[in-house]
Design a protein around this ligand. Structure first.
Ligand SMILES: [Zn+2]
Length: 87
């Protein structure tokens, strides 16, 4: 394959974990669907199902307005894994 693949074969992480509700306060669970620039990852990359992607995007938008997740990042604050300290 000519194109480099950043993400592996995908499946819905939330289905696997049997998540029924995604809490916007739980940044650790949102991290799977945020890029290193805190953008919401598209479903084609994360492999999330429609149902969970909708929940995630809602939760992230709520988390943003509650200032738990930034809307944008400046160059200086870009890190490879913003959620390192949550692990
Ligand atoms: Zn799912």
């Amino acid at each position: 394959m000519a194109e480099k693949r950043k993400y592996k074969k995908r499946f819905c992480k939330y289905c696997e974990a049997k998540v029924d509700f995604i809490d916007y306060k739980d940044a650790a669970s949102l991290k799977y669907s945020l890029s290193e620039r805190y953008k919401i990852m598209p479903r084609r990359l994360t492999g999330n199902c429609k149902r969970h992607q909708d929940m995630i995007s809602n939760a992230i938008k709520r988390a943003r307005s509650a200032a738990l997740v930034p809307y944008t990042v400046t160059r200086k604050t870009v890190v490879t894994n913003p959620f390192e300290n949550l692990r």
